[in-house]
Design a protein around this ligand. Structure first.
Ligand code: EPZ
Length: 424
């Protein structure tokens, strides 16, 4: 298995362009199948999750190619409504195809995506929403068959502002008969991007980014060309890496408005952040200060997807910090690995008590999920000595060649095969 080998202690410096957002591209790739013709998407990141989604689209009959950050889809040939179980288990985001397939073909057959390292990841809110729009849902074991002669607009109140459920309901509603209102919708920037993409195809949606989204059904959608927003979580990860290495990094092609809460928290630790349009400069010359309490919550609060990463910064801060994780029930898997690098963290239910230490030490560690893996990379950059990270396929799901990105900023990091790693 490939590993990442990091020589820590090098301050990051220089400029980096942030790639497109995985969590915007995945639902938009699914939504594209609702229009017949050629859809072109730009600023699409080159990630394994994107590759899996393109494979699923091909299995449905769609032509799908990625050249660099441009994806071209020809959706004319879509005829298949069955998503293979092995592809569902490979990537949970296949669930985004429910709404679009129901809207375009009136049927979708798929499987419970199952939990993952960070939690149970139920889909009850997705199913309740689609059922409210008139879909008939039959569950046999893990298999789910949804059918709908004609989807009908409805008022849907979400018990929790689920990002995926909001997106699936939006997609199913765009060609439903009549008006749909989603109350208690998720407000993430990726949902605004999906609204903008769907409206570019002729949909009639307003309210994304607020907790109430209104969709007026239209007869059909037309293909379009669309640019995906920057990845705010990749940007936040690079900002934290700059901070823990006491570096000075310029991030280009970012949208600071998508990171308000993370910027606020980083400034509270003493990190200097200068913003100029879509450019952000991040520097930290002093030991970070502890933060009394960080609570992850749906947008616009501090994002759960930066929780593992900020914990590394707090592990090196001067004092005691508390991080409370309220979105996923199992998102502290990185704590054991950070502790092996010298961090002093105690977990009690969904809160982590972090007592800052002067330094971390390189170790052989294992990525358990995407963002936990990113946190271990950050810890390796800051640590004294060599860190070897295993199971890095988790990281490749959300970061495009992370070692190249960080090498560009002066980090000593390389991707090795088992033979090469032995030498370290
Ligand atoms: C999206 O996942 C993101 N993934 C996640 O990013 C992100 O952490 C999450 O939103 C929260 O911001 C993509 O967009 C592809 P949710 P999603 O539905 O849609 C519960 C990353 O690292 N829930 O808002 O699955 C669920 O169990 C990934 O890039 C239900 O109970 O998130 C969880 O506890 C990780 N029933 C909470 O809601 C449902 O029907 C949040 O889930 C749906 C969700």
């Amino acid at each position: 298995m490939e590993k990442l080998v990091i020589e820590g202690g090098k301050p990051l410096s220089g400029a980096i362009k942030i790639h497109g957002a995985k969590n915007a591209a995945l639902p938009i790739l699914a939504a594209a199948i609702m229009a017949e013709g050629t859809v072109t998407l730009t600023n699409v990141p080159e990630l394994s999750d994107i590759g899996v989604m393109l494979g699923i689209l091909r299995s449905l009959g769609c032509e799908a190619e990625q050249q660099g950050d441009t994806v071209t889809l020809n959706t004319m040939g879509i005829h298949q409504t069955h998503i293979p179980e092995h592809l569902m288990s490979q990537m949970r985001s296949s669930i985004f195809l429910m709404g679009p397939l129901l809207a375009r073909l009136g049927r979708v057959e798929l499987y419970q995506p199952g939990g993952c390292a960070i939690g149970e990841r139920k889909i009850d809110l997705h199913l309740k929403g689609l059922s409210a729009l008139g879909a008939k849902i039959e569950e046999t074991g893990s298999k789910i068959v949804c059918t709908a002669e004609q989807l009908l607009g409805a008022e849907i109140a979400l018990d929790f502002p689920s990002v995926g459920a909001t997106e699936n309901i939006m997609m199913a509603a765009v060609m439903a008969k009549g008006m749909t209102t989603i109350i208690g919708a998720a407000r993430e920037p990726e949902i605004q991007d999906l609204q903008n993409f769907l409206n570019s195809m002729g949909a009639n949606i307003i309210g994304a980014g607020t907790d109430t989204i209104t969709i007026e059904g239209v007869k059909e959608l037309a293909p379009c060309t669309y640019r995906i927003i920057p990845d705010r979580i990749v940007a936040g990860t690079v900002m934290i890496a700059a901070a823990v290495t006491k570096g000075n990094v310029t991030l280009e092609r970012v949208n600071p408005a998508h990171l308000t809460s993370a910027i606020h928290v980083l400034k509270r630790t003493g990190v200097q952040i200068a913003i100029d349009g879509d450019i952000m400069n991040v520097s930290c010359l002093t030991r970070p200060k502890a933060v009394e309490r960080i609570i992850t919550s749906p947008h616009p609060a501090f994002p759960t997807d930066l929780q593992s990463q900020i914990m590394v910064l707090l592990s090196l801060a001067d004092g005691l910090s508390i991080v409370k994780e309220t979105v996923f029930e199992g998102r502290f898997k990185h704590v054991d690995e950070l502790s092996r690098m010298g961090a002093d963290i105690r977990v009690d239910l969904n809160s982590a008590f972090i007592r800052g230490v002067p330094r971390l030490y390189g170790a052989s560690v294992e990525a358990t999920d995407l963002r936990a893996g990113a946190a271990l990379v950050i810890a390796g950059l800051a640590a004294q000595g060599t860190t070897i990270i295993d199971q890095i396929h988790h990281i490749d799901r959300g970061y495009d060649r992370i070692e190249l990105m960080l090498t560009q900023l002066g980090a000593k990091i390389q991707r090795t095969t088992p033979v090469q790693t032995e030498k370290h």
